[in-house]
Design a protein around this ligand. Sequence first.
Ligand code: IVH
Length: 709
Amino acid sequence: MEKAQANIRINELRAIIIEANRKYYVENAPTLSDFEFDMLLKELEALEKEHPDLITPDSPTQKVGSDLDQNAGKNKSKEFQQYPHRFPMLSLGNTYDIAEVQAFADRAAKGIGNTFTYSCELKFDGTAICLTYRNGKLFRALTRGDGTVGDDVTENARQIGNIPQQLSGSGWPEEFEIRGEVYMPWAAFDRLNEERELEEEQPFANPRNAASGSLKLIDSNMVANRGLECTLYHMLGEDLPFTTHDEALRKAGEWGLPVSDKRKTCSSIEEIEEFITYWDTERKMLPFATDGIVIKVNELQYQDELGYTAKFPRWAVAYKFKAEQALTRLISIDYQVGRTGAVTPVANLEPVQLSGTIVKRASLHNADQMQSLDIHIGDYVYVEKGGEIIPKITGVELSRRESGVTLPHFPETCPDCGAPLVRDEQEAKAFCPNQSGCPTQIKGKLVHFLSRKAMNVIAGDATIDQLYSKGLVWNVADFYELTKEHLLTLDGWKDRSAERFLKSLKDSKDTPFERVLYALGIRHVGETTAKSLARHFGSIDALMAAGKEQLLGADDIGEVIADSILAFFADEMNCETIDRLKAAGLKFEADEAPEQKSDVLAGKTVVVSGNFSISRDDIKALIVAHGGKAGGSVSGKTAYLLAGEKAGPEKLKKAESLGVKVIGETEFRALIGGEIPGQAGDDETDAGDEERNVGDDGMIVINEEGTLF
Ligand code: IVH
């Protein structure tokens, strides 16, 4: 490519890669698949190789991606303390091509000039961590950061079950570092995303993002419940007493550090290939995500001799597995309107098998993506799951495009109410602005308002549909003006169901402020954000009076959320709704202190694990109401481990080893006097859909048998 042209493309690629890196490492919300990202980076590398004078030190080819949030300080109230890495924390060169593994082996052989071995191991798909042990005790845990400086996440790392605070055995160096990956096993990931969807919080795109987001949680106690695990794969220190990497990891294992047994010492490229082929299939059976195989020169002396480039060790390479893809035909595109008005294109596909499930629908994200894929109705498209719960379309097979395919048109008006759509440039999304007149948005808001984590009123979607279509409820405040007479005009309603519904509405007036705030359905204000706002501002009046600066001062509130809150209260209609809800008696002020029901648990820390007849949050509230403290992880100071169904085996094991008493829900009820408040009863008007699956932006996620969404 000519230099001037190359320069333009280089700048373009750098901008795309830098932004994609930020989305991936800082926001934990990747916009590109790993493969797409790696291909762009390779294109940039090739162009820079062709025109070395265009290389700049800040090019993404010269630096590792950074997980440090450049905006932290500015709009977050908590920053992690940062510390320099003793040894730079680099990344790995990667390839999807076995011939490049061969080339790596050839380069290593040439550099070493002697016989040597390789250590082959899994590439864990999580987030890198660097642990320092001093005198056998966990001293510090740092993230990779920008490779030179990392965020101090020691307190959070202490909450990860398999990271020992104290080494066992003997013979460890006085001080050493051991690096590895913190990851979220599939089971924990699915559970977390289910919870987030119910809470209408953005689900994590994949376990890697979930792990990295969890490791950077501000509240360490929350980390304990995220089910994170760690595997360590690289020991560093001055004069380590080992000759091979394998020996170092074996010793680490003897000291109680979590190392993988899924490694093999290989002597030839054939053996490496065998290992790769085996794990390319077998990895699908693993309880956690792996995205490749890492091949390392095993002898530490040769590692030293080969050294490092600015970004990678020359003694290791990663062979990456391609995400599983399926090719199928695009039948049509639906444009779904969510509760906040966002219009999302969803592809209807010819059913196809992908990683054990049949996929019929896939996400297309937004108009920009449709355009960049140049997608046509009738095209053969590639669908990828790669960790995401909702599969996405990653490409079009142009060689199979037939005549008669048609270009889809992103609607200019709302498919539901016909209002002209507006585009939010920041989020590249189209929105229906008709918040007060668009039926899907209105119903979505009503459903959200009554949902379990919000006002917890026993009503299913069908009930809400009925109330809405009869014109009885249009605004959330209308619920509190319903009478029995109104309800008896609805098909199938009897005295008893009407009374129960009204009682449930009446009971909902005791819902704490933080949940009322969440129930209002302010865009981007999920359950956690609502809690933080309620704690920070104490009342709706204070929140409504807050300017942007003040909003940014609350925990976890950034620009986007602050703007959304300001826009919500700037709308006259929302303020009127709040006035009506206030008049109905809903709580718009935080309780001074949680109501104290007894002090039977005074001075006692209770750790909660597993599932109960009520939510874990409600159980924790009971612990506090009876004078106790809800703890995150089992320690010598824990009074009880309250174990429900599917309680964490690690916690149970730890409780047993420390002699902590394990109790079940029945014993717990007896202890606090048999009371379990806030439990929703059955309702004849509710077809059991109280726990609806509500996705991001309030979109209803349809669960058909064997399909993904
Ligand atoms: S060794 C000097 N071994 O993959 C770099 N890394 O894409 C030494 N990773 O930054 C790293 N599994 O965070 C190594 N078995 C493994 C790994 C592994 C996952 C991560 C690591 C690295 C990234 C590169």
